[in-house]
Design a protein around this ligand. Structure first.
Ligand code: IMP
Ligand code: MG
Length: 184
C-alpha cells in the first residue's frame, strides 16, 4: 500500500476480485428471481453508486434505474436516527417492482425510514439489496432480501463507501484505521 488514501487503511476486507465474483452471483440471483419482469433499481446515494453500476451490469434482464439521496452520517461514524430526503426519485414507483440498492445496512435507521416512504407510494413489490450488512449494530427491525457480505463491526471505506466524503474511489473495501476518525 503506497498512496495517500491507502496509508489510512488498516487492511483490505474485500478485494476487487471478491467483490466482482460476489456481485456476479447476486446479479444471477436477481435476474432469476425477476425473470419476465423489469425491476426498477433505486440507488441510495451516494454510497451505493459503484455497487449500483456493477450490479446493474451483472443483470441479464431489463431494468430501469433511479436515484435518491438521504442524509446519514455527516462526518461522524454513527447514525443519528434523523433521516432527511435530500434528492427524491425522478420517476413514480407506483405499480413497479422496486429493488432498493444500498451500500451498507448498519443501524437500519436510514432504510427503515426510506421503506416507509417508498411503501406509501404503492410499488407492486419492494425489496432491499445491500452490498454489506453489519447486523451487530441493528436498532431497527429491517432485513435485506439480498446481502453481498456480512461484515464485522468495523468502519469500512472504499468501493463507494466514505469517511467524511473521502475514500469512495478505492477499488476495494478496507477497514479504516481508527486513529483517522478518533483524531477528528
Ligand atoms: P444506518 O442508518 O445506520 O443503517 O446507516 C446507513 C448508512 O450509514 C450507510 O448507507 C452508509 O452511508 C453509512 N455507514 C454505515 N456504516 C458505515 C461504514 O462502516 N462505512 C461507511 N459508511 C457507513
Ligand atoms: Mg449510504
Amino acid at each position: 500500500m503506497s498512496n495517500i488514501m491507502e496509508k489510512n487503511i488498516d487492511h483490505v476486507l474485500l478485494s476487487e476480485e471478491e467483490l466482482r465474483d460476489r456481485i456476479r452471483v447476486m446479479g444471477d440471483q436477481i435476474s432469476a428471481d425477476y425473470a419476465g419482469k423489469e425491476p426498477m433499481l433505486v440507488s441510495v446515494l451516494r454510497g451505493s453508486y459503484i455497487f449500483m453500476a456493477d450490479l446493474t451490469r451483472a443483470l441479464s434482464i431489463p431494468c430501469t434505474v433511479d436515484f435518491m439521496a438521504v442524509s446519514s452520517y455527516g462526518s461522524g461514524t454513527t447514525s443519528s436516527g434523523q433521516v432527511n430526503i435530500i434528492k427524491d426519485l425522478s420517476d413514480s414507483i407506483e405499480g413497479k417492482d422496486v429493488i432498493v440498492v444500498e451500500d451498507i445496512l448498519d443501524s437500519g435507521n436510514t432504510l427503515h425510514y426510506l421503506f416507509q416512504v417508498l411503501q406509501a407510494r404503492h410499488p407492486a413489490s419492494l425489496r432491499l439489496c445491500t452490498l454489506l450488512d453489519k447486523p451487530s449494530r441493528r436498532v431497527k427491525p429491517i432485513k435485506a432480501d439480498y446481502v453481498g457480505f456480512t461484515v464485522p463491526d468495523k468502519f469500512v471505506v472504499g468501493y463507494g463507501l466514505d469517511y467524511d466524503e473521502r475514500y469512495r474511489n478505492l477499488p476495494y473495501i478496507g477497514v479504516l484505521k481508527p486513529q483517522v476518525y478518533q483524531n477528528s
